[in-house]
Ligand binder design. Structure first.
Ligand SMILES: Cc1cc2nc3c(=O)[nH]c(=O)nc-3n(C[C@H](O)[C@H](O)[C@H](O)COP(=O)(O)O)c2cc1C
Length: 151
């Protein structure tokens, strides 16, 4: 089972979250690749069994421009059996806290087999570790179910 974490980060917060999630998948001995979105071969999206999207939020609760190609790829490719997770950082001082995570969550729920979502206030801290672990566990559990069913 091939897992990808694909993220966008302007000031490094979401990058830190993506690296943390990556290390948690590796601790569970999962074959996981980490990509900045501008280095992700979007045409290979459907080749992954599970994909975690990591995004910051911009404007008024919006998805960053550089994530839109990936967003549209989920909408247009046949990825209905792909296990996914939507994660991101944001700032609750804005009216639409982590709005980009909400947008990805809603789309991934329709297009894929969404297993978990995760919102982190600005940058992951020690108090967030348990929630990050739960997020990774939910995805790994969904993958294990898939393996057990042999599909
Ligand atoms: C111009 C601007 C608009 C933002 N809009 C939102 C927003 O609508 N909702 C939100 O939760 N965070 C918003 N943020 C906060 C960022 O999403 C947050 O700082 C995030 O952690 C940045 O991630 P990065 O360091 O990976 O780039 C905004 C930040 C800036 C500078």
């Amino acid at each position: 089972m091939k897992i990808a974490i694909v993220y966008a980060s302007k000031t490094g917060n979401t990058e830190e979250l993506a690296y943390l999630l990556w290390s948690l998948f590796l601790q569970k001995n999962r074959d996981t690749a980490l990509f900045r979105v501008d280095q992700f071969p979007v045409w290979e999206l459907a080749g992954f069994d599970a994909v975690v999207v990591g995004t910051y939020t911009w404007g008024n609760g919006e998805i960053p421009y550089e994530m839109m190609e990936l967003y549209r790829a989920f909408e247009t490719l046949e990825v209905s059996s792909m296990i996914t997770g939507a994660a991101g950082t944001g700032d609750s001082g804005y009216p639409r806290y982590c709005g980009a995570v909400d947008e990805f969550r809603d789309m991934l729920y329709v297009q894929t087999n969404l297993a978990a979502t995760l919102k982190i206030e600005v940058i992951p801290q020690a108090k967030d570790l348990e929630r990050c672990k739960k997020f990774v566990d939910a995805i790994v559990q969904r993958i294990n179910q898939r393996i057990a069913l042999g599909s």
